[in-house]
Design a protein around this ligand. Structure first.
Ligand SMILES: [Zn+2]
Ligand SMILES: [Zn+2]
Length: 254
């Protein structure tokens, strides 16, 4: 299995507009973060996690020419506002399956009403096949990838974390229910939310992320959804051996 981090930044991206902090002025490419998204590949199967607001740029940068499915974690702007840009893939390969939980579908159908209740014809709409995701009900993409959706809580919003065989991706959470923790044991790779060093009301901060990793004991963990408080080189010293800050373009395989 192969995981490519397409975007590892918080909702504003890094650098943040108008900011002159040390991270935002850094010339280290690992401090340049597009919005949160990742690509999972197993053999010929390619699965995108979230159509981030930077999706077009990410797809071009990663050379994405085909997707077998799109999994949505939750319907916040940074994670879904690239949905319209799946159209070139539709032109080449037709409609594609999009998976999301009920709250996310409610918001997606309101925000992207033109897709679901088209009034203009001939405009080239995104073509998607909606699938409703229910926590703890696994499904398959292709024959080799079993996807298990697990629920985490982001403020008050239920967000879906996804497990793919021995890889898992859990973004945008402050709270992880016990049943989700039980679904995230014996992992080779865990990508986990970590918005900044100091505590945050709806995201895990560094101390909370590291405590959760200590509890779940994945072989390797990668911290994602990073804001400009975190500078790759300077702050990597704060991490134990099995934990790294993810960065855009990083590929992890097992
Ligand atoms: Zn987010
Ligand atoms: Zn900054």
């Amino acid at each position: 299995m192969k995981l490519t981090f397409l975007g590892t930044g918080t909702s504003t991206g890094v650098p943040s507009i108008g900011c002159d902090c040390e991270t935002c002025l850094s010339t280290d490419p690992r401090d340049k973060r597009l919005r949160q998204s990742a690509l999972i590949e197993e053999g010929e199967i390619k699965i995108l996690i979230d159509t981030s607001i930077d999706f077009r740029q990410q797809a071009l940068r990663a050379g994405i020419s085909k997707l077998d499915a799109i999994l949505i974690t939750h319907c916040h702007v940074d994670h879904v506002f690239g949905l319209d840009d799946i159209r070139p893939l539709n032109f080449r390969h037709g409609a594609m399956g999009v998976y999301a939980n009920e709250p996310a579908w409610t918001d997606l159908k309101r925000i992207f009403k033109y897709i679901f209740e088209p009034v203009h014809f001939g405009g080239g709409l995104p073509q998607l096949i909606p699938h409703l995701v229910t926590k703890n009900s696994p499904f398959c993409i292709g024959s080799d990838v079993e996807v298990t959706p697990l629920e985490v809580i982001h403020g008050k919003l239920p967000v879906i974390a996804y497990r793919f065989n021995d890889f898992a991706y859990a973004t945008d959470l402050k709270l992880m229910p016990e049943e989700t923790k039980n679904g995230l044991r014996d992992l080779d790779v865990l990508a986990l939310d970590c918005v900044r060093i100091k505590p945050h009301s709806t995201h895990l901060c560094l101390e909370e992320s590291l405590a959760l990793i200590e509890e779940l004991k994945p072989k390797r963990a990668f911290l994602i959804h990073l804001n400009h408080d975190i500078m790759y080189e300077r702050d990597s010293k704060l991490l134990p051996d099995n934990v790294e800050f993810a960065y855009d373009g990083l590929v992890v395989e097992s």
